[in-house]
Write a protein of this length. Structure first.
Lengths: 301, 649
């Protein structure tokens, strides 16, 4: 325990330690880069952990082909700015079958274009460790997950049989085909993430800031129509409204919130008085009870 | 209105530009990591749910889901069941129990908190230990109706073992005993009686009702007789042990950062003390010394760094340092030894067995290790020291550990980071135990190997052979000894120097004191392995004919020897065939139950995964099999310059 380190300094040191531990003990690690604010923080931490060297692993984006256009543009500009190795993978079979969230529903779309796509990419490159930006404060089953979370050769998680995780001693041993998901910012809260973004001046996708955007109300969510693939249903009206996003994912599955918060301090201020959790805007968590845990057992991040 | 609510409301009226000031305030908050523990149904999860709810950290959508879940799985009728907030796994909600540790986060105007909610069931003790290993304080819950239970004692003991010095004794469900002061006082007296031996600095006892919120975030009218702090007040005010910059500098090297020939930095997290450019540091294992040239950081070099910081250090000189080593202060060095005494908590279904080899991992180092001596087990109830041959799941013991190479460490009491380790099973890679080092055993440095002028190579050259161990493994009656005898005869006939170690013969003498339990089988193989190693050192070709049923022990012997010296021969005869041959009549007895722990009957045989030679015996003569072994010896250069066809016996 350190009285001279602030709360954020402690969290930062813990995350950097975890990044280095993986680089030192795995033969083929990868960072899953999902372009959201947590990924931005992870990227920043990875740059710090290995400075003056670059992170000694590639960054993988699993592209469901339904991400916001601004996300893709941001991803490419960050890769260029920081010079990290970027891999992009999409499930080609899913694309060929025309899988989309409108016709097939969020469950099927997420399963095929995210879960299966991720498994394909991990198998293709043979990664033995994959960093993710999940936080324990996000969701009930994530609160239970270890920082080094073991996956069997089928990429599935056995929540009832997790390895004990004592002190800062991480068991990084895996057999052939098995892998470990690593969550360096497990102990960060949403507020910590925003505070760190402000403190370190970390670039994030502009969608987090309020602006006039074309949205429709659908299933109780404000959905932004990011391209022509989204057809309007009878009775639906496209409106330009001041909205922003608290989390980012596939645009048809990510609800916007009405907001005037156009700067970081305004976002933090809005968050402090918010009465809903950030995952509320995510359709995939709500499909059924325990749905996140189920997706994780199947290999979703 | 709660403090947190007041905080939130005040934010609402704050202009956005003042947020930065608010953020700066947040920065100054200290962090307290604590865990909740205690027996099943004492209300741990309910208490955390209540803390989150009362500090307004439950969001509306979570509350809606909770109300839904409470109707479906809840145990409180129509009321909200707060436990469902933290029991995040489906299996947990269905069974109404906590299986694994859950981490929760909340803050008040004074502090930030990370809470580990740990399971009460004995079978999940390892998950409780996981939560305790990073905590500064433990809330031990007791059901006022039940008083101190077995798990109360167990969890208090483990918390103490893992170095937690501050305890809150939360006497919960006080509403169900009519808020009785007598009940509370009796429980507190009971607790203090046994906890006095556990070395806690503070024990704050608080009567409360997690379900109704009495004494959780504020005082309760129902408990007017209680004059102490409410739980949250105590958590906000309990003093934390800050970093002590007086402690000696310890820097376990995690990663060598070498992007190019001009830069070589050692990355790691400072375990204790502080460091600045110009400071002299010593490499713990080699004793080589150098000075700190730079402390490199993304935002520019640092003038000083201290405990808890993750930094990259560049030294003045090119000294040999790799992961697992430590940079330390020259005048207060850690122990460097290959034998030490430690407390051990066992996590695996499969018992700890002295003599078996495990992987030992410290924060950055990794070596092969064996428990050489299990001194005693600690009875969780009476804290008595009990003699034991093995440690079962969730048991705690004190033992001596021997590592293949020396490691650098401190005692756990003086440093939680450099005094701890875990043990990993070599086959499954499961984390099977956690250890806290007590002290180094001096034997390692006192028993120096006698440096001899006549060495293994010269002894082998004199005999014109390359020494090796031929390790025959297989079921009883599979033909190991028959084949080994034939091979030895042939080797002897061409002038080779050999010796056979046979399971039965060794058990008549050297291993007379050993039986057939798993522990004794492990020790049996360890001794034979060491004897074989000495014989190889003497230049002999050693033929070992032992059932040796466990992969782990065979691997241990392989690692005792140099590369290429251990040749594993799997004598593969099906169980039915061995039982049919039954040369010693043992299978008949074992199948009748007259012999216990008989391999293949009621004790397992683990076949080799990659033996140097796999001998399938069915339908082959002993001579044919012996010839295959000879071929193996020729291929491996153990015997040379001989024409196999000319051999005849």
């Amino acid at each position: 325990m350190t009285k001279n380190l602030t709360h954020l300094q402690r969290l930062e040191a813990e995350a950097i330690h975890i990044f280095r531990e993986v680089a030192a003990t795995f033969s083929n690690p990868v960072m899953l880069y999902s372009i959201g604010k947590d990924s931005s923080v992870m990227l920043h931490l990875a740059m710090k952990a290995f400075y003056p060297a670059k992170p000694p692993f590639p960054f993988l984006h699993v592209d469901s082909t339904f991400k916001f256009k601004e996300m893709i543009a941001f991803r490419d500009s960050e890769a260029e700015r920081l010079g990290f190795g970027l891999l992009v993978h999409s499930n080609q079979e899913g694309i060929d079958q025309g899988i989309n969230p409108f016709d097939h529903g969020s469950n099927t779309h997420t399963h095929i274009m995210k879960t299966v796509a991720l498994r394909q990419a991990l198998d293709k490159y043979g990664f033995d460790a994959a960093f993710g930006g999940a936080r324990r404060d996000e969701e009930k089953s994530r609160a239970k997950e270890r920082i080094f979370s073991f996956r069997n050769a089928q990429h599935s998680w056995d929540p009832k049989n997790q390895r004990p995780e004592m002190w800062k001693i991480y068991n990084t041993r895996v057999a052939k085909g098995e892998s470990i998901r690593v969550f360096p910012i497990s102990n960060w809260t949403e507020l910590d993430v925003w505070q760190y973004i402000m403190q370190e001046d970390i670039p994030i996708v502009p969608l987090y800031f309020a602006a006039k955007r074309p949205v429709v109300e659908r299933d109780g969510m404000l959905v932004m129509r990011d391209d022509e693939r989204m057809k309007l249903m009878p009775g639906e009206v496209l409106q330009d409204r001041m909205v922003r996003f608290r989390t980012l994912g596939c645009y048809p599955l990510t609800g916007a919130v009405e907001s005037d918060a156009a700067t970081l301090p305004e976002i933090v201020s809005e968050m402090l008085v918010s009465r809903t959790s950030e995952r509320q805007g995510r359709m995939i968590d709500k499909d059924e009870a325990g749905s996140m845990e189920k997706k994780k057992r199947e290999g979703y991040f | 209105m709660s403090k947190a609510q007041a905080e939130v409301n005040s934010i609402q009226t704050t202009a956005a530009e003042e947020i930065s000031a608010y953020m700066a305030e947040q920065e100054k908050k200290s962090l307290l990591r604590f865990l909740t523990c205690g027996s099943v149904d004492d209300g741990k999860s309910t208490l955390i749910g209540r803390l989150l709810y009362d500090t307004k950290l439950i969001f509306e959508d979570q509350l809606a889901a909770l109300t839904n879940d409470s109707r479906k799985h809840g145990t409180n009728g129509e009321d909200i069941d707060f436990a469902l907030l933290v029991d995040g796994l489906e299996a947990e909600r269905e069974q109404g129990i906590t299986i694994d540790v859950a981490y929760r986060f909340f803050s008040t105007p004074k502090r930030k908190f990370i809470v580990a909610d740990t399971p009460g069931h004995e079978q999940y003790t390892r998950n409780m230990a996981t939560g305790a290993s990073t905590a500064d304080l433990a809330i031990v819950l007791v059901d006022a109706r039940q008083g101190i239970l077995r798990q109360t004692r167990r969890h208090s003991f483990i918390a103490s073992l893992l170095g937690i010095r501050n305890i809150v004794l939360a006497v919960n469900k006080i509403d169900l005993v009519d808020y009785s002061k007598e009940v509370f006082d009796r429980i507190v007296a009971d607790y203090q009686e046994f906890a006095s031996r556990l070395g806690f600095n503070t024990i704050q006892a608080i009567p409360l009702s997690a379900r109704f919120g009495d004494n959780v975030i504020g005082p309760s009218a129902n408990l007017a007789w209680y004059k102490g702090p409410a739980l949250l007040q105590h958590l906000e005010e309990v003093p934390l042990d800050g970093a002590n910059s007086e402690r000696p500098f310890r820097f376990p090297v995690q990663f060598v950062n070498r992007p190019n020939l001009d830069f070589r930095g050692f990355a790691g997290t400072i375990a204790s003390g502080t460091v600045a450019p110009g400071d002299e540091v010593v490499v713990a294992k080699s004793g080589k010394s150098s000075r700190v040239k730079r402390i490199v950081d993304w935002d520019g070099d640092l003038e000083r760094a201290g405990e808890g910081q993750a930094v990259t250090i560049v030294l003045e000189d090119e000294v040999e340092v790799s992961r697992g080593n430590m940079l330390v202060s020259p005048d207060a060095r850690p122990e460097v030894a290959d034998q030490f005494a430690a407390h051990l908590v066992w996590f695996a279904e499969h018992a700890l067995i002295p003599g078996r080899s495990y992987i030992l991992r410290t924060e950055t180092d990794q070596v092969t290790a064996t428990v050489t001596d299990l001194k005693y087990r600690i009875d969780i109830n009476s804290f008595a020291e009990v003699a034991a041959k093995s440690l079962d799941l969730n048991e705690v013991g004190v033992c001596n550990i021997s590592t293949q190479e020396p490691i650098a460490f401190d005692s756990y009491k003086s440093n939680r980071s450099t005094g701890s380790f875990i043990l990993i099973d070599r086959l499954t890679n499961a984390t099977v135990g956690a250890g806290m080092i007590d002290f180094a055993l001096r034997r390692a440095s006192n028993v120096h190997w006698q440096a001899l002028d006549v060495d293994k190579a010269s002894r082998a050259a004199q005999k014109d052979q390359k020494p090796a161990v031929l390790w025959f493994t297989g079921l009883s009656g599979s033909g190991k000894s028959t084949v080994a005898n034939l091979v030895e005869k042939r080797l002897s006939s061409i002038g080779k120097h050999t010796y056979i170690l046979d399971g039965d013969n060794v058990r008549h003498g050297l291993n007379r004191d050993l039986g057939f339990t798993e522990e004794d089988r492990v020790e049996n193989i360890r001794r034979v392995g060491e004897v074989a190693k000495l014989m190889v050192d003497a230049g002999l070709i050693v033929l070992v004919s032992f059932i040796s049923p466990f992969i782990t022990e065979r691997r241990m012997v392989r690692e005792l020897l140099a590369d290429g010296e251990f040749l594993e021969v799997f004598v593969d005869t099906p169980f039915e065939e061995c039982a049919r041959r039954d040369p010693k009549g043992l299978y008949a007895k074992a199948l009748r139950g007259d012999i216990k722990n008989f391999t293949g009957v009621d004790s397992p045989y683990e076949p080799p995964e990659n033996p140097e030679l796999h001998l399938r015996t069915v339908g082959r003569t002993a001579e044919e099999l012996a010839s295959e072994v000879e071929k193996l010896l020729i291929e491996n250069g153990i015997i040379f310059n001989y024409d196999q066809s000319s051999w005849s016996i």
